[in-house]
Design a protein. Structure first.
Length: 123
């Protein structure tokens, strides 16, 4: 598989393909494609998160500060990480809902033009 963040699996509506059972499918014109993270990118993300947690924990252990200050820094770190996950999910959900709304509006417009094309002068 090619190196990179995403692998794209494309197939014709009538053609066969080995699409995984998980993930998101998007229909564009007459093709179905799926954008899936590669296994190495997925592993790298989790390894980076684990290393950052271990590094922060070791930093807090060896930090010469009161227990209250260490607790504050640790909770602030955890809060910032979970906030990043939440923001990423909200942005992704908004993007996907906008794509869906645009797809519905385009389908309505196309249906209208197909039904009334002769009235507008479309040949």
């Amino acid at each position: 598989m090619a190196a990179g963040r995403h692998s794209v699996n494309v197939r014709n509506k009538l053609g066969a393909s080995c699409l995984p059972a998980t993930g998101h499918r998007h229909v564009m014109n007459h093709y179905i494609y799926e954008n899936v993270n590669t296994k190495s990118f997925y592993n790298m993300a989790w390894i980076a998160l684990a290393i950052s947690f271990v590094g922060m924990a070791l930093g807090l252990v060896y930090l010469e500060a009161t227990f209250a200050m260490k607790g504050f820094l640790g909770m602030s770190y955890i809060f910032s990480v979970t906030s990043c996950f939440t923001v990423a999910k909200v942005v992704r959900d908004k993007h996907e809902s906008e794509k869906f709304i645009n797809k519905v509006e385009n389908a309505k417009t196309e249906k209208f033009l197909n039904e009334n094309g002769s009235l507008v002068g479309v040949k």
